[in-house]
Design a protein around this ligand. Structure first.
Ligand code: BTN
Length: 241
C-alpha cells in the first residue's frame, strides 16, 4: 500500500497492530512523504518527498527468541544489500549493525522495532529508508549520498522496492529454515571496515582498532591494543579521518 503522506510508516504499521483486524505478515507500507520519519537513536529521518524509498515491512518471526533478534537484523540488511549490489557493486557495504554504506557514505538505514511476547518476537516492524533520487543534502545530513548522486540517473522507486522485498524474503526464509550460519557468514563478508585498521570512539576516548567479528547476539568485536573488546549499540562510534 502506498500512502501519499504519513508521519512515519513504522508508526502507521505499529498502530495497525492494535486494531481488531491487523495487517497480515508481509504487508508493505510505502510513503511518498513521511513528515516525521524516525531514525535510530531518536534521530529524525529526512527524505525529500517523492524522491526516496521510505517504507515499512511487517514480519512475524515467531520462530525467533529475543536473543536471536540480530539474525533478523542481518537477514534484512542482506536483503537490501543484495537488491542494490547489481546497481552499485562492491563499494556497497553493511555498516554494523544495519546501515547501508557506499564507500564511506550513508545510502540508507533501518529502524527495526520488535514486539516481544511470551519469549518470542511476535511482530517486527521493519522500517527502511534508502536515498534514491535526491540530488543534494544539507550539511546536517552528515555523510548522506543517494543512488542518483552515484550513478547520475533516476531510478524507479517501485522497482527497487520490489527487488528489496524479494531479497529480504529470500534471506528471511533462510533464517526460518535455520540456516543461521549462512546468514551470519554472508553478513560478515559484506561488513564495512571488516579487518581494516580504523578510528573509533568509546567512552570519550578515540582509539585505533580493527573489527574482527560480530557475535551471534550482535555485539561488535573490535581488536584494540592486541585484545578483543565487545561493543553494544551506542557504546562505539565510527570516526572518519
Ligand atoms: C537510521 O539509519 O537512522 C534508520 C532510518 C530508518 C528510516 C525509515 S524510513 C521508513 C521507516 N519509517 C520511519 O519513521 N523510519 C523508517
Amino acid at each position: 500500500m502506498t500512502l501519499k503522506e504519513v508521519d512515519s510508516t513504522n508508526n502507521f504499521l505499529k498502530e495497525s497492530l492494535s486494531n481488531s483486524k491487523p495487517f497480515p505478515e508481509g504487508t508493505v507500507i510505502m510513503a511518498e512523504h513521511q513528515y516525521a520519519g524516525r531514525g535510530q537513536h531518536q534521530n529524525v529521518w529526512h527524505a525529500q518527498p517523492g524522491k526516496n524509498l521510505t517504507f515499512s515491512l511487517l514480519l512475524m518471526p515467531h520462530f525467533l527468541s529475543p536473543l536471536q533478534q540480530f539474525g533478523l537484523t542481518s537477514a534484512v540488511s542482506l536483503g537490501v544489500y543484495d537488491a542494490l549490489h547489481p546497481l552499485l557493486g562492491d563499494a556497497l557495504k553493511i555498516k554494523w549493525p544495519n546501515d547501508i554504506y557506499y564507500g564511506n557514505r550513508k545510502l540508507g538505514g533501518m529502524l527495526i522495532e520488535n514486539m516481544i511476547q511470551g519469549g518470542q518476537i511476535r511482530n517486527s516492524v521493519i522500517g527502511i529508508g534508502i536515498n534514491v533520487n535526491q540530488d543534494n543534502y544539507p550539511e546536517t545530513a552528515g555523510s548522506a549520498i543517494s543512488v542518483k548522486q552515484i550513478l547520475q540517473t533516476d531510478y524507479d522507486l517501485k522497482n527497487i522496492l520490489a527487488e528489496i522485498c524479494n531479497h529480504i524474503e529470500g534471506w528471511y526464509l533462510k533464517l526460518k529454515a535455520g540456516k543461521t550460519a549462512d546468514v551470519r557468514n554472508t553478513y560478515l563478508s559484506r561488513l564495512y571496515r571488516l579487518n581494516e585498521l580504523a578510528q573509533y570512539r568509546s567512552n570519550g576516548e578515540t582509539f585505533e582498532g580493527r573489527i574482527t567479528n560480530v557475535t551471534d547476539t550482535g555485539l561488535l568485536v573490535v581488536e584494540r591494543n592486541g585484545s578483543e573488546e565487545l561493543y553494544n549499540l551506542k557504546e562505539i562510534e565510527f570516526i572518519n579521518t
